[in-house]
Design a protein around this ligand. Structure first.
Ligand SMILES: Nc1ncnc2c1ncn2[C@@H]1O[C@H](COP(=O)(O)OP(=O)(O)OP(=O)(O)O)[C@@H](O)[C@H]1O
Ligand SMILES: [Mg+2]
Length: 369
């Protein structure tokens, strides 16, 4: 008999993390992108080379959810067959979902996976719950800052409390965009960095050089400009980072800098979510504030959030925790849960799908009856 493999896929709007249940880290992390050349075969995920500018790029998952099903299927097919070398029929798949996934999308994913891919069984859970689970915790509030958005939600007894899910359309790509704007400053138009041409360069500079200041108004005094200054070349022009290294991430704390005028910042998003759950459990929830997602990797972010929370919460005690690697924490939680003894009965099998139908996924994984 063929051995059934446990496959874990976490599809973010920016990157896909894929590997095997029970392992500590994903085997592969690659962009959630399909690229079409003028002629010939499309490029999927990490097949995209540096010549990306010559391709028409399709991002199958966007801020507001899945928009391109064909390309999502291409990515799944690539993940199973080329990256993990598993035939889908021989796989049980644990798939992560964003907070606020629609029932319609969830059903469609399930149908495609069972009917087109023929997977053996399926499990679903939302990314923040899984990040919390990666700490073996069942109660807490999770702030996730990914590529396209930030979200918070409270989890109690391992289940998300739906009315506490809040989303802010602000993520890593907005920080990259804002950094480009700051760097262009007063430069002539022909020397300016552009979103299309310089995106990957500035994203990588952001990831390596930017940080969050604990106190931006006095940062200049603390770390001398000399220490902060880094230069690089593009478009035959020299760009200087200096203060932009911490000013770019300020949009997380002041969304109005990018015209999100009536939106709470990431710290207020946490207190907003906790305020939306039953008062009797709020103290317990504040005990585990998990911050996760690739864009929380910035140095100094934890200290700044803690400082702002102190101001907002006064004497109330709280505890902020960070996964070892925030980019993969949802994947890690899913990997752990997929092999937990008491989870094994939860798998939704192909036979059950054929017998009871697709609506079962909402009941089984989200207690929606
Ligand atoms: N070292 C780093 N410092 C700062 N930001 C980083 C770092 N590494 C990755 N990022 C940013 O993290 C983001 C990707 O994070 P993540 O993989 O959690 O997002 P995603 O799951 O693809 O997107 P989403 O959750 O929004 O759908 C990108 O914007 C990337 O630039
Ligand atoms: Mg994500």
């Amino acid at each position: 008999m063929t051995q059934i493999k446990t496959v874990i896929i976490d599809n973010g709007t920016g990157s896909t993390k894929a590997g095997f249940g029970g392992e500590d880290t994903p085997r592969h992390v690659f962009p959630t992108i399909v690229g079409y050349p003028k002629e010939g075969n499309k490029f999927i995920g990490d097949q995209l080379s540096k010549s990306k500018t010559k391709l028409k790029l399709v991002f199958p998952i966007k801020r507001r959810g899945i928009t391109e099903w064909q390309e999502l299927e291409d990515l799944w097919d690539y993940t199973f067959k080329q990256k993990l070398e598993v035939e889908p029929e021989n796989a049980r798949l644990f798939l992560t979902e964003p907070p606020l996934e629609t029932n319609e999308n969830r059903e469609k994913k399930c149908q495609v996976l069972f009917e087109t891919f023929g997977i053996n069984s399926l499990a679903l859970n939302i990314q923040p719950v899984l990040s919390l689970y990666s700490f073996s915790k069942q109660n807490g509030v999770v702030l996730e800052i990914g590529k396209s958005y930030s979200s918070t939600c409270c989890v109690f007894q391992g289940t998300v409390i739906p009315q506490t899910i809040n989303r802010l359309h602000l993520g890593g790509k907005d920080i990259t965009k804002y950094l480009i704007k700051l760097l262009n400053g007063e430069k002539n138009e022909e020397k300016q960095l552009t979103l299309e041409k310089d995106w990957d360069l500035i994203r990588s500079i952001k990831e390596k050089m930017c940080f969050v200041s604990k106190n931006p108004s006095t940062e200049e005094k603390r770390s001398s400009l000399n220490q902060l200054t880094k230069t690089f070349e593009s478009n035959n022009s020299t760009f200087t980072l200096s203060k932009n290294r911490y000013l770019a991430t300020e949009i997380l704390f002041k969304p109005q800098l990018i015209n999100l005028n009536n939106e709470p910042n990431i710290t207020s998003l946490i207190t907003k979510s906790v305020g939306q759950c039953d008062e009797r459990i709020q103290n317990e929830i504040y005990h585990s504030i998990v911050i996760t997602g690739g864009s929380s990797r910035f140095k100094g972010l934890k200290e700044r959030v803690e400082k702002e929370l102190k101001t907002l919460l006064g004497n109330r005690s709280f505890n902020v925790i960070f996964p070892v690697d925030t980019l993969i924490s949802a994947w890690v939680g899913a990997s752990m849960l997929s092999v937990a003894q008491n989870f094994q009965e939860s798998w939704f099998t192909k036979e059950q799908y054929n017998e009871i139908g697709v609506k079962e996924v909402h009941k089984r994984f989200y207690h929606q009856f």
